[in-house]
Write a protein that binds this ligand. Structure first.
Ligand SMILES: C[S@@+](CC[C@H](N)C(=O)[O-])C[C@H]1O[C@@H](n2cnc3c(N)ncnc32)[C@H](O)[C@@H]1O
Ligand code: SF4
Ligand code: SF4
Length: 331
């Protein structure tokens, strides 16, 4: 995985320390649309939604100024359904404190031209969802042809050599046996890899959680094999501690100690703050400290271990040392 240049790394670390002390979020996820091109079995999004109240690109400057995040995720719904995503990225990156910026997408609407335009606009990392290393991906996402589109585009863009594409695979009961095959696919395509964990909180459906001893044994066996394949290139983006915690999350049926609303938060498509993408209490930007008081300080939810959480449950020294190793150029 490509590392951030030294001067930018030092700036991000400095800002992270200030935000940590000032109770400002380290990561902000901008869900730039609720509409989606897919109808994934594990998700509460899917299909068209009202987009008339979506924030316009210039409006993101106000959120950047107030929140000053170190890392921004541009997500959704499917962000690439918006033609103006490069403008949003330019706004997010254009202020005095440019963050490390990740575009989280299913890539149904990605092309080589859009990839290059988004890179030029300032995307540092392209996180691309993949649930299966073959056509079963289309069935799970209810988007015919998606896997074949990815298998054409992904190796072609990887060959450009920017080393900024990460396959993002959400582990469910359906694909737990494919964990290693997904790693093989990432290697074959020449891209990096990150695992995340299914949460029943989005849809209420527990069928995709790992519910049996057999599924947990499969998870552990597969993750052992993945661990054995780490090397100096950091192509497995999850820290070892994160994969360990993912095993515990499934084994225990949850993970307490969530810092949603404090260390990370979501900005909805129409501009409200939410603690996370699965808690729908809405606050105005000016009411962020009230969100911390009302939500974070009373939050007992332990129902997910998605990536954004898995990074930020850690102590600041651990967070810093792991990110320095994986993403930043200070060592
Ligand atoms: C909500 S999607 C938004 C961005 C884009 N549409 C995509 O699929 O990448 C972001 C990530 O959430 C994951 N996701 C969806 N439903 C989930 C669930 N119930 N538990 C955990 N992750 C989930 C998806 O697999 C995807 O990687
Ligand atoms: S996971 Fe992403 S692509 Fe699938 S329905 Fe949800 S938002 Fe859409
Ligand atoms: S554990 Fe935290 S991030 Fe996950 S759904 Fe609950 S409140 Fe949201």
């Amino acid at each position: 995985m490509r590392k951030v240049p030294l001067s930018d790394s030092l700036r991000i670390i400095g800002r992270g320390s200030l935000n940590w002390l000032a109770n400002r979020p380290i990561v902000v996820s901008f869900e730039v649309t609720d509409a989606c091109s897919c109808w994934c079995k594990h998700c509460d999004h899917g299909g068209p939604r009202d987009v008339s109240r979506n924030l316009r690109p210039a409006e993101y400057a106000r959120y950047m100024e107030a929140l000053r995040p170190c890392v921004v995720q541009i997500s959704g719904g499917e962000p690439l359904l918006r033609d103006d995503v490069p403008e949003i990225v330019r706004t997010v990156k254009g202020g005095p404190r440019p963050p490390y910026t990740i575009l989280v997408s299913n890539w149904s609407h990605m092309t080589e031209e859009r990839y290059l335009e988004l890179r030029a606009a300032g995307v540092d990392q392209f996180s691309v969802s993949l649930d299966f290393p073959d056509d079963r991906h289309d069935d799970f996402r209810v988007y015919p042809g998606l896997y074949s589109h990815l298998s054409d585009l992904m190796p072609r863009l990887a060959k450009l050599g920017h080393d900024d594409i990460v396959l993002n695979s959400c582990i469910t009961s359906e694909n737990v046996g494919e964990i290693e095959n997904i790693a093989d696919k990432a290697r074959e395509w020449g891209v990096n890899l990150c695992y995340s964990a299914y949460s029943a909180r989005r849809t209420g459906c527990r069928d995709y959680f790992l519910n049996s001893a057999e599924q947990l044994a499969t998870l552990n066996g597969m993750l052992d094999k993945v661990e054995a394949r780490r090397d100096q290139t950091n192509w497995i983006v999850n820290a070892p501690s994160t994969l360990e915690a993912t095993r515990r999350y499934f084994a225990n049926g949850g993970t307490p100690g969530c810092k949603a609303g404090l260390r990370f938060l979501v900005v909805t498509a129409d501009g409200a703050l939410q603690p996370c993408s699965m808690q729908f209490q809405r606050y105005a930007l000016e009411d962020r400290t009230r969100m911390i008081r009302e939500f974070k300080e009373n939050n007992k939810c332990d129902e997910c271990y998605v990536s954004i959480r898995s990074y930020l449950d850690k102590s600041f020294p651990q967070l810093l040392s792991e990110n320095v190793r994986e993403f930043l150029s200070v060592k």
